[in-house]
Design a protein around this ligand. Structure first.
Ligand code: NDP
Length: 476
């Protein structure tokens, strides 16, 4: 018997993805470096579909129908390089090798370029949804050649999540585009979680208990803020400490957030591309500050400021304001993330379709949200310089912006840190400002370093002879 697709790497992600494929009717060859893991998958789930288990990579490859479809789900970095080295001599031109791990898009571009001369299609693919998504239907973001999508696309589309019959999987563009889009997805996820955390801090500062805050998130989840992250927030807020049922679990979890690196990549890449992703960088830095225990200990003891309490006259009005601020900030994070993708697409010659990206994030992934349907529809109606200019988005922002300002202002007054909400608002005000402070920056740069300036009423670059006769000269 031959296999239609093969999966390498039987840790949690690979085994769940293979099971998903088998459940959808594909004959799946499986292989893992440590053979016992392969045996465990068969022992535990062999009855879920047609699996062809292998302990030898050459036999695994030989079992696959041509053009072969191989999905690697191994440890990103050295694991991926090791498998590529071992498998490429066994594959043939026209075969497709998918990397479904969380690779850095620059590594994917390098690997694709190295493998391309062999005629093997290397397909860097972002997969979101964690282990449950892998099993039940993730959001899938494949890159690589267009030709490769014709071969691997049907399998990936079938195992992905679906919305109204449409798969949450689409070709993202050549070489590293898939992993790039997944990276930005994770960056938006960071920002989204930071905003949710800030909203919760505001509610607590205004005197709500965790259970009351959970009620607020639950009601927001019925409206425009409907999303997986808002939904699970109320679950986390309601959870009790299993060691002490009188205590909220949240109050015994250390206030220090870790990270694995995709948020950092999103920010580093944005810096290189010259794109403002301030909401994502604030979220990354907020996690860094949370873990900087000595700094926070010193700060708590020596820095003066208000007592972190917000006096609320009307609780319902305050809740509505926080909701509007949360929605607005979230939109800014999406606008910034999509702007990073758009800029990268121009830089790397990717044919990305913004509406399609929003479309495949509608389900299966961690940032799935009602907002994505709106983003998809807005991009389907016409190309946008920024999501913020989309008709329904700008109208809603216009309605929410006063509340957003009130929330940031009262947080600042009370000393409640809201770096995400305020940087999102700062971005909104920067992009709508007729003039920023850049003219003065240019003047200063020309004075101290002869960096020149450009004029509003003339072409070219100019330099003022600041220390001499005060005349203006044209620069080269
Ligand atoms: P891990 O990242 O823990 O990787 C373990 C797997 O990699 C095992 O199958 C292991 O084989 C294999 N492996 C490691 N090094 C090598 C090597 N040198 N040669 C061959 N195989 C090797 O597994 P996960 O299932 O958690 O994740 C798989 C990939 O999916 C990763 O890239 C991860 O970043 C990505 N991912 C994970 C998500 C998650 O929620 N966990 C979500 C989305 C993507 P062995 O058993 O022999 O050690």
């Amino acid at each position: 018997q031959t296999a239609e697709v093969g999966v390498i790497g039987m840790a949690v992600m690979g085994s769940n993805l293979a099971r998903n494929m088998a459940r959808k009717g594909f004959r799946v060859a499986i292989y893992n470096r440590t053979a016992s893991r392969t045996d465990e998958v068969i022992a535990g789930h062999g009855n879920e579909g047609t699996f062809l288990p292998f302990h030898d990579l050459a036999n695994f490859v030989a079992s696959l129908e041509r053009p072969r479809r191989v999905v690697m789900m191994v440890k990103a970095g050295c694991g991926t390089d090791a498998v590529i080295k071992e498998i490429t001599p066994l594959l043939q031109p026209g075969d497709v090798l998918v990397d479904g791990g969380n690779a850095y898009f620059g590594d994917t571009r390098r690997r694709e370029e190295e493998i391309r001369p062999t005629g093997i299609h290397y397909v860097g693919t972002g997969i979101s949804g964690g282990e449950v998504g892998a099993l039940e239907g993730p959001s899938i973001m494949p890159g690589g050649s267009k030709e490769s999508y014709e071969i691997i696309g049907p399998v990936l589309e079938k195992i992905s999540a679906h919305v109204d019959g449409e798969p949450c999987c689409a070709w993202m563009g050549t070489d590293g585009a898939g992993h790039f889009v997944k990276m930005v997805h994770n960056g938006i996820e960071y920002a989204d979680m930071q905003f949710i955390g800030e909203a919760h801090s505001l509610l607590r500062a205004a005197g709500l208990t965790n259970a009351e805050a959970a009620d607020a998130f639950e009601s927001w989840n019925h409206g425009d803020l409907n999303s997986y992250l808002v939904e699970i927030t109320s679950r986390v807020l309601r959870a009790k400490d299993p060691r002490n049922p009188d205590t909220d679990l949240l109050d015994v979890i250390r206030d220090e957030a870790g990270m694995k690196g995709t948020g950092t990549w999103t920010v580093q890449t944005a810096l290189e591309l010259g794109v403002d992703v301030s909401t994502i960088s604030e979220a990354v830095f907020a996690r860094s500050v949370s873990s900087a225990v000595p700094l926070r200990t010193v700060g708590q003891h020596v820095l003066a400021g208000p007592e972190h309490t917000i006096t609320v006259e009307d609780r319902q009005t305050f809740l509505t304001d926080v909701r509007d601020a949360l929605w607005s900030a979230k939109v800014v994070a999406y606008a910034q993330g999509l702007d990073e993708i758009r800029t990268a697409a121009a830089e790397y010659n990717w044919e990305v379709d913004m509406g399609q990206i929003a479309s495949i994030w509608r389900d299966g992934c961690i940032i799935r949200a009602r907002l994505l349907q709106r983003i998809r529809d807005e991009y389907a109606a016409g190309d946008l310089v920024s999501l913020l200019e989309a008709p329904s988005v700008k109208a809603e922002l216009a309605r929410c912006q006063q509340a957003w300002r009130r929330v940031v202002a009262c947080a600042v007054e009370a000393g409640v840190p809201v770096p995400g909400f305020s940087s999102a608002l700062g971005y909104y005000d920067q992009v709508r400002a007729p003039r920023l402070n850049a003219a003065l920056t240019q003047g200063l740069r020309d004075l101290f370093g002869a960096h020149t300036y450009r004029r509003v009423d003339d072409e070219g670059s100019w330099h003022l002879n600041w220390s001499g006769d005060g005349r203006e000269v044209r620069a080269n």
